[in-house]
Design a protein around this ligand. Structure first.
Ligand code: SF4
Length: 86
């Protein structure tokens, strides 16, 4: 717990990833590249199991490996979308 009472969320890197479920076609490459971050759920759709399971580099590589650009990567320091390129 931080001094101001806010709960500090453990975060290794600065990239946040999100899966747009409607775009996911269950290709599984995100899980193969970053298995600590992505896992396919019972419907075969990728979900984020942890933001800290892999490095920023691997999270970005996983997003770039997605054939449908279903993974959005945001830099939490700048608020900018890193991937897909806008
Ligand atoms: S790589 Fe993309 S399409 Fe494949 S499981 Fe992950 S999010 Fe879904």
């Amino acid at each position: 717990m931080a001094e101001d009472g806010a709960v500090k969320v453990k975060q290794i890197g600065k990239y946040k990833v999100e899966v747009i479920r409607s775009k996911c076609i269950s290709a599984g490459s995100c899980e193969a590249v970053a298995p600590g971050v992505f896992a396919l759920d019972e419907e075969g759709i990728a979900t984020v199991i942890s933001q800290d399971g892999n490095s920023d580099e691997d999270k970005l590589l996983a997003a770039q490996s997605c054939p449908t650009d279903a993974i959005v990567v945001t830099d939490t320091e700048t608020g900018e979308q890193v991937w897909p390129k806008v």
